[in-house]
Write a protein that binds this ligand. Structure first.
Ligand code: UT7
Length: 349
């Protein structure tokens, strides 16, 4: 028996946001963003749409794609770093909105690697017969941590403009804010007989890097958020971008080799690499280090930016629906992100 994907789907924030639109709130340029990251557009939710709402839309698409209905799902694994609330997690909210009944919901928080961790968890649940059909969701509303006071300025739906002080404050975070988009991706997983399915997962974490990419507020502080902390921007992620980049360029190719070795497979066996989309330059460096040709790699950061836990299921769904994943293909999922957590998984389509 192996864990197979029955269906997939994704959903995007309601507003497309171009690089030009971000110039209204901070000092940046289309040239800089495209050259350093590859990103041309990303999506932000409309005011009031939450991470669980996006998760619901992606899940409905995945459940329909699987030819199932909500009542067929008996477990939810929800990966996000931007939950609707500090607590509870978004899994229970999604369960109720989708009308799944009282099925268990498990929230996991491995950021960009959340989906790959989720695959291993779902696989274990299925093997342990704790579930028959697991809904694995990765969803993020990053626009909630953007420093500007009014998203209407970005959407062009208001004449308001940032004050000079706000513009300066927003610009302080431009190396991060331009990267992220809001989206959700979901898959329905089950156990099937036959050669298809999840072959292996290799995961790692290294907490020594926790403060290289994190939000410096939380329950360590009394109270956990103050007006002073907000003025200091401590509700916005801190990121040592160059450090993350360097660690990722070294760890990502390594973990691909590790998962291949574990499965007794070779690089040439990979049909398609679906890697987390944090930076196009980073993915090009990883592709080069692995020596993979362009037709074995798919990137979509140009359209969606970095969507953290949503990225990999979106890549999968796009490739599946575009006919880039054929029966028998070997798909390699790959990610590194805050924690740091990183890992790779092999799926026989
Ligand atoms: O998914 C989570 C994991 N995260 C990652 O994997 C992120 C990995 N790191 C990166 O992708 C890159 O480090 C960034 C895209 C975040 C930043 O690119 P960089 O090439 O490392 O730029 P930098 O932060 O060193 O900044 C270079 C220059 C600076 O100006 P000066 O000091 O040289 O005058 C920045 O102020 O670029 C400036 N800059 C910008 N300029 C226009 C930074 N952000 C922007 C911006 N627009 N948005």
């Amino acid at each position: 028996m192996a864990t197979t994907v029955m269906g997939s789907g994704f959903a995007l924030g309601e507003h497309e946001v171009t690089n030009e639109a971000l110039k209204r709130v901070c000092d940046t340029s289309d040239e800089w963003i495209k050259e350093r990251t590859g990103i041309a557009t990303r999506y932000y939710v409309a005011d009031g749409t939450s991470t669980s709402d996006l998760g619901v839309r992606a899940s409905q698409a995945a459940i329909a794609d699987a030819g199932l209905t909500a009542s067929d799902i008996d477990y939810v694994v929800f990966a996000t770093m931007t939950p609707d609330y500090y607590f509870p997690g978004s899994g229970a909210l999604l369960q109720t909105k989708l009308g799944l009944g009282k099925v268990p919901t498990l929230d996991i928080r491995q950021q960009c690697t959340g989906f790959i961790y989720g695959l291993q968890v779902a696989d274990a649940l299925l093997r342990a017969k704790a579930a028959k059909r697991v809904l694995l969701v990765g969803a993020e509303v990053h626009s909630g941590f953007m420093p500007w006071r009014d998203h209407g300025m970005v959407f062009g739906t208001t004449d308001a403009r940032p004050t000079a002080a706000e513009y300066e404050f927003n610009t302080r975070y431009r190396d991060r804010t331009v990267l992220f988009g809001d989206a959700a991706g979901a898959v329905v997983l089950t156990s099937s007989e036959g050669p298809r399915g999840l072959l292996d997962v290799v995961l790692h974490s290294d907490g020594q890097y926790a403060e290289k990419l994190y939000v410096p507020s939380g329950f360590k502080f009394r109270p956990y958020i103050t007006e002073e902390m907000i003025k200091e921007g401590r509700h916005i992620p801190e990121m040592d971008g160059q450090r993350v980049f360097r660690v990722a360029v070294s760890k990502l190719p390594e973990v691909v080799h590790e998962v291949l070795d574990k499965s007794g497979l070779k690089l040439e066996d990979i049909s398609l690499l679906l890697a987390h989309q944090a930076n196009l330059r980073l993915n090009e460096a990883v592709q080069k280090a692995l020596g993979l040709p362009d037709d074995k790699v798919y990137n979509n950061i140009q359209k969606y930016g970095n969507t953290t836990a949503a990225t990999i299921p979106i890549l999968y769904d796009e490739c599946k629906k575009a006919g880039r994943i054929k029966p028998g293909d070997l798909i390699c999922f790959l990610a590194l992100g805050a924690g740091f957590h990183w890992g790779a998984a092999l799926l026989r389509a």
